[in-house]
Design a protein around this ligand. Structure first.
Ligand code: FEO
Length: 392
């Protein structure tokens, strides 16, 4: 296996993981993922930017078989899918200096069991001259851990961004060219790990706003040859204004909640609102997360189980609460057999969402005509709220 040049003296040496189907025992990976690692060769010194998930170390080893000297190991991000093979790299290249941001140092020591004396920090904005290749380190915190930084190659205008601008996608092509779905893949990834830090991502976008960037080389997924398009997409995803859409995570047991949800989906779409319903019994939570990026409203559809909401739907509420989307309105529709406290439980499970709660529609047993009228009124209210925000 030979490393491939992305530009002269900058080589891709990472691993494509076509078979991985789950990340963090949580995130579905329909298209696998990659752990991108880059070798930058200057006239005098060589740097390796990030490593790979230890399970794919054999790929990195093969690419670096003939690379006898690395002077610097640069860790943009401590999470193990990028840092996990650093201990191997330090053994392979005992003369190499490990460089990271200041907040990353204790994290590398804790997560990898490294000797602190082997870890050298770089300041925000500090430069490293490799000889005709100058690396500038730019702190970009919370994309998506507090210690993350990006590395900018000044002469070639390449931004090595690690997770942000990345996508969980394994591909044989190094570049985005021809990958039509890349913005969807990148949005999915943003939703899953960066959306909770939307405001800080906005600041990071401002921070790199003046950089002249020719290529964005993330640590997952293909390289962007059109940085503007992915940066503009990030601007939209992090913008404060939501879109005219409603996300409905729901599940049904005996069909009552399904009737309410079907009526609601139709009523909202008749009023010009885009709806993304997700039956949580089978839904891909990555798709749910993507839809939450833009949604103005989330409406939970749940039957009652032992007085509380069905746990499968409650999981979706817990996830939405953790992802902190920019939703403005929320409600609950659902059913119960003899008693229910699920609205209170659902409200209590989403303290991070700064939403106005719209009147819930909860029916006993199968929905009656009056319940369906209440659903239509809820749709009226949602449409009116969206109109007030200028979304319709
Ligand atoms: Fe790809 Fe946050 O690690």
């Amino acid at each position: 296996m030979k490393p491939r040049e992305i530009i002269p003296d900058v080589l891709a040496v990472g691993a494509q993981d076509f078979d991985r189907r789950l990340f963090d025992a949580l995130i579905p990976l329909p298209d696998g993922t990659s752990y991108n690692s880059y070798l930058v060769r200057g006239r005098d010194k060589t740097a390796l930017i990030d490593t790979v998930e230890p399970a794919m170390l054999h790929v990195l080893e093969a690419y670096l078989k003939d690379v006898t000297r690395v002077d610097y190991l640069i860790s943009n991000h401590t999470e193990q899918d990028h840092s996990g093979s650093i201990p191997w790299a330090l053994e392979r290249y005992p003369g190499a200096q490990l460089l990271c941001s200041e907040p990353a140092k204790p994290m590398l020591v804790d997560h990898l069991g490294l000797d602190a004396a082997k870890v050298q920090t770089v300041a925000d904005g500090e430069k490293l001259n490799l000889g005709g290749k100058t690396l500038r380190f730019i702190y970009t915190p919370w994309v998506h851990w507090p210690e993350t930084m990006s590395t900018y190659l000044e002469e070639d205008k390449v931004l090595f961004s690690c997770d942000w601008f990345g996508s969980h996608m394994a591909a044989t092509d190094l570049f985005v060219d021809g990958v039509d779905c890349i913005l969807a893949e990148a949005k999915r990834y943003y939703a899953e790990i960066m959306m909770p830090f939307r405001k800080i991502v906005q600041k990071n976008l401002d921070k790199i706003g003046d950089l002249d960037i020719r290529l964005i080389a993330p640590s997952h997924g293909p390289i962007h040859r059109d940085p503007r398009s992915i940066i503009l997409a990030y601007r939209d995803w992090t913008d404060d204004k939501p879109h005219n859409s409603v996300v409905i995570p729901w599940v049904t047991m005996h069909g009552s909640t399904a009737i309410l949800v079907e009526r609601l989906v139709n009523a909202l779409s008749e009023r010009g609102v885009t709806v993304f319903p997700f039956n949580m019994a089978t839904a891909d939570i990555g798709q749910l997360a993507m839809s939450l990026v833009d949604a103005a409203t989330v409406i939970v559809g749940a039957p009652t189980v032992h007085v509380g909401p069905h746990p499968t739907v409650l999981n979706a509420v817990v996830l939405a609460n953790a992802l902190r989307p920019k939703v403005r309105f929320a409600s609950v529709v659902g059913s119960y057999g003899w008693a229910s406290k699920m609205v209170d439980v659902i409200k209590g499970a989403m303290p991070n969402l700064k939403v106005e709660l719209l009147t819930p529609v909860i029916c006993k047993g199968m929905p009656k005509p009056s319940d369906l009228v209440a659903i239509d009124k809820l749709a009226d209210t949602v449409a009116a709220k969206h109109r007030e925000l200028g979304l319709i």
